[in-house]
Write a protein that binds this ligand. Structure first.
Ligand code: SF4
Length: 454
């Protein structure tokens, strides 16, 4: 990401833990502070402000934040003018406890307080106070106001756009409703304006973000639902490619499924977290669907859009999960044959209902199940990747490959990564490639001159 460096600017170091929503929020913070004269720095040892954007959805992410914060103590001793800020879910959840535990921490900013970061930072710089700012409502200044769009992040080819925050589903294992609050959708006009501005600045692909994008629009005055929003983005903006995440299976409607066939700019990939294949576990998770209903939706999806790729999240070791429950999850994986899968071990989180459930699964069993599940999925993913060999795919060339030395990388509409030898002039273009080999996490291709002719 290229950042315009302002004269006599102060520097900001940002570290993001966890999910894509947090990546987006970090970008918001960069945009807001850039307008106050802060240039993004990759060197935290000289930064004037260090902002840690935290996630508490997974236990590991929270532990990483604590250990990272501990490592910053000596910097504050050496440079007392340095301001250290913690934002995001851990900040929302722990609030003042974080200030008590880490004496070198200056500001704890809740998930709905990010928009006010500039004002609060200025205040603590003047007063030298240490503060926890955890508002119930989003600060009135909207993070995506037009002037915020002409700054960092707007020069990349792919950009996230948050369309909603919070969640009303209360899955029994999930902390999101407690730390992100109730579901709130952004007005469609704001979203369209932001996408159009990003498109005008060179962004080619948009990723619409929300905890449950399928329920977008509930509570909005203009009655725009998620399907309407997708149609409006297709019809009223110039963006070349559109993706979204995350979708809740219970809210995946036939109308939304149709969008994959009807909207040419909507990429043919759906991430549809399933979590488990056992109905009794799904019910205790409060997911609101059965395994059979999930399978039916995937079948309709593939009927409607035969070349769609489907990925999911799965959790093993939920309290009370028996060997039989786990086998039902393996059976579901075999039945669906996901193109990609993100798998996790269950862990207790504070606040959430499942932490009080009996019959916890021991860690050894969780590890064994996770590794069996990952082995199964690795075989499926590799086999599906190999089926791509010989096909011609359209990719958006995003830049140099991080994994393959000297090669460029791009993604197919199905979200598969393709590395290939080619000129840097191709970056930012949509080209055709012939797939020549397949690996566990990527494909290798060679550019074709036109569709169908290598
Ligand atoms: S749908 Fe469930 S898992 Fe997803 S954010 Fe909402 S409560 Fe959490």
């Amino acid at each position: 990401m290229q950042i315009e460096v302002m004269q006599e600017s102060r520097s900001l170091y940002v570290k993001t833990f966890g999910c894509q929503m947090n990546e987006y929020d970090s970008l918001r913070v960069q945009r807001i502070l850039h307008s106050q004269g802060y240039a993004l720095s990759s060197d935290m040892t000289t930064a004037d402000v260090i902002f840690l954007n935290t996630c508490s959805v997974r236990e590991k992410a929270e532990q990483k934040v604590h250990s990272f914060l501990g490592r910053l103590r000596h910097m504050k001793v050496e440079r007392p003018g340095l301001k250290i800020i913690v934002g995001g879910c851990v900040a929302q959840q722990l609030g003042k406890q974080l200030l008590q535990r880490f004496e070198h921490l200056d500001l704890v900013l809740g998930t709905r307080g990010l928009s006010a970061i500039a004002e609060i930072l200025e205040t603590i710089q003047e007063t030298q106070e240490r503060l926890a700012y955890l508002p119930e409502e989003e600060a009135s200044r909207h993070p995506c106001e037009p002037q915020a769009l002409s700054v960092p992040g707007a020069d990349s080819l792919v950009a996230p756009v948050t369309i909603m925050q919070g969640c009303d589903n209360y899955c029994t294992y999930c902390i999101v409703p407690y730390v992100r609050g109730r579901e709130r959708s952004r007005p469609a006009e704001d979203i369209l304006r932001e996408i159009q501005a990003l498109s005008a600045s060179g962004v080619l692909e948009i990723l619409l973000l929300g905890q449950n994008v399928n329920s977008y629009g509930r509570g909005l005055n203009d009655q725009t639902g998620f399907v309407d929003l997708l149609h409006r983005i297709q019809g009223q903006t110039d963006i070349a490619r559109l993706r979204f995440t995350t979708s809740h299976p219970k809210d995946l409607t036939p109308e939304l499924i149709r969008c994959f066939a009807d909207l040419p700019r909507l990429c043919k990939h759906l991430h549809l977290p399933v979590q488990a294949g056992s109905d009794s576990i799904l019910s205790r998770m409060n997911r609101g669907y059965t395994a059979a209903e999930y399978l039916e939706k995937v079948a309709v999806l593939r009927q409607t859009c035969p070349d769609i790729a489907v990925s999911a999240d799965v959790m093993v070791g939920f309290p009370g999960e028996t060997e039989d429950d786990f086998h039902q999850t393996l059976q579901l994986l075999q039945a669906v044959e996901f193109d990609n899968l993100f798998s996790f071990r269950y862990s207790d989180r504070s606040y959430v209902k499942s932490s009080e459930f009996p019959d916890k699964v021991d860690s050894q069993t969780k590890a064994r199940r996770l590794s069996a599940l990952q082995r199964l999925q690795a075989g499926i993913t590799l086999r599906k990747n190999r089926l791509e060999i010989g096909s011609i795919r359209e990719i958006l060339v995003e830049g140099p490959s991080r994994a393959a030395n000297g090669q460029l990388t791009g993604r197919t509409t199905q979200n598969r990564t393709v590395n290939f030898d080619g000129s840097k002039r191709l970056i930012g273009q949509t080209i055709y490639v012939k797939i020549i080999s397949a690996f566990s996490h990527s494909l290798r291709g060679e550019p074709c001159h036109q569709q169908g002719s290598p």
